[in-house]
Design a protein around this ligand. Sequence first.
Ligand code: NDP
Length: 451
Amino acid sequence: MNEYIEKVLKEIEKKDGSEKEFLQAVREVYTALEPVISSHPELEKNAILERMSEPERLISFRVPWVDDNGKINVNRGYRVQFSSLIGPYKGGLRFHPTVNQSIIKFLGFEQIFKNALTGLPIGGAKGGSDFDPKGKSDNEVMRFCQSFMTELYRHIGQDVDVPAGDIGVGAREVGYLFGQYKRIRDAYEGGVLTGKGLSYGGSLVRTEATGYGLIYFMREMLKNNGSNSFEGKTVTISGSGNVAIYACEKALQLGAKVVAMSDSNGCIYDKYGIELQDIKTIKEVKRGRIKDYLNNHKEAVYTEATAENPFPIWSIKTDIALPCATQNEITLEAAKKLVANGVIAIGEGANMPTALEAIEYFHSNGVLLAPAKAANAGGVATSAIEMSQNSMRFYYTFEEVDKKLENIMKNIFYSCKESAEKYGLKNNYVAGANIASFLKLSQAMIEQGVV
Ligand code: NDP
């Protein structure tokens, strides 16, 4: 490994050794930069790698709230404002019991590069809390969101930092957060949050954007590798949240057969093809469990997730696998099963869903891999389009936003492909995404001086 990269990785390990997801994310990006770092000595002179992996600001705060039984609960809130190099801090909020500093920092770090790939003026951030919205009443979720925003509001603003949704934060939570922000500020500042409801400043296609964008990226990748896109392909999709549902919808529109989806309790397999409308009713309307799909589909099979095998979905035979749930869901073991079952392509809808060894295994077995920071950038790109509509006080039609999204995803694909090929790494879109975004960011960092 290049000496400079090795030195910086060692320093980060020494400082942040307990933050394993953060270290994993930094290692993935920095090791992919080997050919760039070796041919650009000015990067070391300007301490680019050291500066890129140190957040500009990291905030942690207390979030007290009262549940329906009158009990006082305390959660921890976070916001990491990682980089404002090319625009206001931008990145979602995650509410999930597994949230900690390492998770928030890995997500914030990834977000810098993802946002740079979109070609839009947005910096990198992420935030959230270890609060679990599952099983809470609407009133409890509202009280939590109001308490969370009562601290967060002083750190954000439409030209400063613009949060959005992520796991556990959808339209309901964004609505409560926006309502509280507006009340405290006593002003309508529409661009302070994205993923808003359509009735108060949201953008058409934002709900669909991450899933649709993933499929647009994959379509380009498949076409460029001699495959006829999604027509007639079998697809499995982990998760059944925002990203999974709309990836499924677009894959079906392009002629795929989606045979399996999941949630944290287990996965369903329907050999006739999953009825998406039933999944939407279970997840978006009833907030139920994926197992409920069997109530109307007796022919479907349900496999429970266990501690030893939390993602049984990766044992199912498929042409295309779309991990759309969470980080590190495809382990080396899962990758081996997918390859043995003939998978041809992986599309990362979730952030960092594939372990480093699994990425290497896919590459060495000729499996195409669409990396998260490129393939799931459609969500944040459409968030940036929402911000510009808020500034213009004017809204595009569904078709107009969808067309912009499609073009952005195509451009991202070609910039990954060209950057990989330039450094002799044909078909390595992981390296391509890291190199393309890094070059843009490092140039901005050098031009802005030591800040
Ligand atoms: P949602 O909360 O809408 O859905 C998440 C889905 O993944 C649920 O089905 C959930 O199951 C499952 N899941 C979450 N955590 C785990 C876990 N630890 N083990 C097993 N299953 C799990 O989130 P999104 O769809 O918005 O996000 C999914 C992924 O996509 C995340 O990695 C997120 O960072 C990434 N992403 C999201 C974007 C967006 O625009 N929303 C943009 C870019 C990336 P259950 O309900 O049982 O918990």
